[in-house]
Write a protein that binds this ligand. Structure first.
Ligand code: SF4
Ligand code: SF4
Length: 367
């Protein structure tokens, strides 16, 4: 099985809707090049991704010609009976008949408690016994310590889907390396999500990517990120959320065939990682002390993260992060200037100054 999977969380759009015709073209090209794995979820694209998968993939290609992964949204299951209802709905929406890979979705703190409360673990094991699911696992967004506990409690899980990319390999927050090593210590196959860090590693600010372009001028930045992931031992699949034909073609090229990183190339990636770590950033630890008392309920740490991202990945990427941080929440411009947050911040961050910067950059579009 080729190691590149098609993630369906960023399907091509037209007028803010998924472009079905374009999606069909991307899926067809992907299959034509010999790739077979597609990953979807109940909630992607405003709960419609499974329908687009049915229309663009399931209805148009023999079922045995592709592998389909889907995920149980455990946070929506309030009663054990909800699991069966959601699962049947997924079978109906995709029209797939069965799922090759089935995951408990996005396990982290509250979602782990939600999965435990309705024993979603036994549910997916039962679906495997019934033949409606071929392989079971979970996608994970918490610490390596928590992953270790889950895999000890649930040795029947066959694989884990992890956030891994070279920039976050040593990150304390994402813990890419620690989570990967934990999964391998338990003998689990690993599926990698966000290998290009939501596309950000494909658009490093000028200067940061110099080691890549000096070593291989014609290789895309995305190809370095994908090869880093696919070169790790025990990686079953690397998922890429492709949105246009250029991305599909570039990714196909990277995996046709995959060239694992050699020692020189590993050193090049290490040089870029070190350069990324040295970019001055606002030292927010996301302790959330500021948000506990902010009368305007501004998502301060998320806004600071968007500003930090802008310094590495550019303003266009940071603007998307800002929009996502403030979706359904107050924007930086809602700040009342009360300065309560300043006294709460153990890092002595000049929060209000950074909020002004965010307003200028992301709300007014100033440089
Ligand atoms: S100064 Fe602004 S961000 Fe800080 S607590 Fe007051 S309203 Fe919230
Ligand atoms: S209190 Fe300071 S360090 Fe903590 S989340 Fe807020 S800005 Fe970040």
């Amino acid at each position: 099985m080729k190691q590149l999977g098609f993630g369906t969380m960023r399907l091509p759009q037209v007028h803010e809707q998924v472009d079905l015709r374009e999606t069909e073209k991307l899926f067809d090209r992907f299959l034509e090049a010999g790739f077979t794995y597609f990953d979807t979820a109940y909630g992607y694209h405003d709960y419609k991704a499974e329908l687009f998968v049915r229309e663009a993939l399931v209805k148009r290609h023999p079922r045995e010609s592709f592998l389909l992964a889907d995920k149980m949204p455990v946070w929506l299951a309030k009663e054990p009976s909800d699991l069966e209802r959601l699962f049947q709905e997924q079978l109906e929406k995709t029209g797939a008949g069965y799922f090759d890979y089935y995951l408990l979705h996005s396990l982290r703190d509250k979602n782990i408690a939600a999965a435990d409360a309705v024993d979603a673990w036994s549910f997916i094991r039962q679906k495997k016994e019934e033949g409606l699911v071929k392989h079971i696992g979970f996608s994970f967004h918490d610490t390596a310590e928590t992953l270790d506990k889950l895999l000890t409690l649930h040795p029947e899980m066959e694989f884990v889907q992890l956030q891994i990319n070279y920039a976050d390999w040593e990150s304390e927050r994402v813990q890419s390396r620690l989570c990967y090593e934990t999964a391998r210590r338990h003998g689990k196959a690993v599926i990698i999500m966000e290998p290009v860090r939501g596309g950000s590693l494909a658009q490093l600010q000028s200067g940061l990517a110099n080691p890549f372009t000096a070593y291989a001028p014609n290789a895309s930045l995305a190809s370095w990120a994908l090869r880093f992931c696919a070169s790790l031992e025990g990686v079953l699949m690397v998922l890429s959320g492709m949105s246009d034909l250029a991305q599909v073609e570039d990714n196909i090229k990277t995996f046709s065939p995959l060239q694992p990183l050699n020692a020189e190339e590993r050193a090049v990636i290490e040089a870029v990682r070190e350069a990324l770590a040295k970019v001055p950033s606002i030292p927010c630890t996301r302790c959330n002390y500021c948000t506990e008392t902010c009368p305007a309920e501004i998502p301060i740490p998320d806004i600071l993260r968007a500003l930090n991202d802008g310094r590495i990945y550019g303003d266009a990427y940071a603007a998307k992060q800002y929009a996502s941080a403030c979706r359904d929440k107050a924007q930086a411009s809602a700040c009342l200037g009360c300065e309560v947050c300043l006294s709460r911040c153990p890092q002595h961050i000049q929060i209000t100054e950074h909020l002004h910067e965010a307003v200028a950059k992301f709300e007014r579009g100033e440089d």
